[in-house]
Design a protein around this ligand. Structure first.
Ligand SMILES: [Zn+2]
Length: 239
C-alpha cells in the first residue's frame, strides 16, 4: 500500500507539482517519497509524504550508509525543506504574487537575473549557439559560471513558486552547459576559448559530439529563459 488518494492529492496540491528539494516543476514526472521508509516503520501519512522529482528521489534513496559520500538528508531536514516549499506555493496561489512585500523581493530577484543573463548579451550568444562557431570570449564562460554561483545564494530565489521552478530548471541547464564548456573548449588565444580547430582533422567524432551536445542544450536554455522572462513580466509587472 502506498499513500491513499487523499494524502497523495493533498501533497501534490501543496507542492504545486514542484519538487520540494530542487523546486523544478515536474508535472506528471513526480514521485511521492516516504521520508521514513515503510520497512523502518514509516507510515502513509501526509506528514511522511515528500513530493520529489525523479532525480532528487533517486538522490535521496541511493545514499549508501556503508560508503558515505556527500551529506545525507536527515528526516527533519527533509521536512523543513518541504515546509518551506509548501509555504512558498501557498503564497503564490493564483496567477499573481499578491503580498506586496513578496512582490518587491521577487522584482529584485528578477532584476538581478536580468543583470546576470541579459546585460552582457550572454543569452543572445547562447541562443545563437556561439560555442560552435569559433573562438569566443572567456567572459561568456565566466558569466555562465557566475549565474550558477549566484543560484546557490539564498537571497537569489523567487518567493513565487512558478518563477522559482523555472529558475531552478535554468540553473540545471546552466550546469550542463558549464560541463560542456569545460569538456569541449580550451584556451584559444588571449582571453578566448574555443573547441579546438584541429579536432576537425584529428578527432572528427569528438567534434561532432561537441556540436551535438551544444545544439541539444542551447535551445532548451533559450526556451526556459524566455518562459521565465514572460512569466515574470506577467506576474510581477502587470496589474
Ligand atoms: Zn528535484
Amino acid at each position: 500500500m502506498g499513500f491513499d488518494k487523499t494524502v497523495a492529492e493533498n501533497a501534490l496540491i501543496s507542492c504545486g507539482r514542484h519538487c520540494c528539494l530542487c523546486h523544478k516543476f515536474c508535472g506528471t514526472k513526480m514521485e511521492l517519497h516516504h521520508i521514513n521508509q515503510k520497512k523502518h516503520g514509516g507510515d502513509d501519512s501526509f506528514d511522511n509524504c515528500l513530493p520529489l522529482c525523479f532525480d532528487c528521489h533517486s538522490d535521496v534513496m541511493t545514499y549508501n550508509p556503508d560508503h558515505p559520500k556527500g551529506k545525507k538528508y536527515t528526516f527533519s531536514e527533509l521536512k523543513r525543506h518541504r515546509a518551506n516549499w509548501y509555504d512558498k506555493v501557498k503564497f503564490s496561489e493564483g496567477t499573481k504574487v499578491t503580498k506586496s512585500n513578496y512582490l518587491n523581493l521577487d522584482m529584485k530577484t528578477f532584476e538581478r537575473l536580468n543583470e546576470l543573463l541579459d546585460s552582457k548579451s550572454l543569452m543572445w550568444f547562447i541562443k545563437n549557439n556561439g560555442f560552435i562557431s569559433g573562438p569566443f570570449p572567456d567572459k561568456i564562460y565566466t558569466d555562465v559560471y557566475k549565474f550558477i554561483l549566484e543560484c546557490d545564494l539564498p537571497e537569489f530565489e523567487f518567493i513565487d513558486a512558478d518563477l522559482e521552478g523555472i529558475k531552478s530548471e535554468l540553473y540545471d541547464d546552466f550546469k550542463l552547459l558549464d560541463n560542456l564548456i569545460s569538456k569541449y573548449t580550451f584556451t584559444a588565444g588571449p582571453n578566448r576559448q574555443s573547441i579546438p580547430r584541429e579536432w576537425e582533422m584529428k578527432f572528427p567524432e569528438k567534434l561532432e559530439n561537441a556540436i551535438l551536445d551544444f545544439q541539444r542544450i542551447t535551445p532548451i536554455i533559450s526556451k526556459n529563459y524566455e518562459s521565465l522572462i514572460k512569466l515574470a513580466r506577467r506576474k510581477l509587472y502587470s496589474d
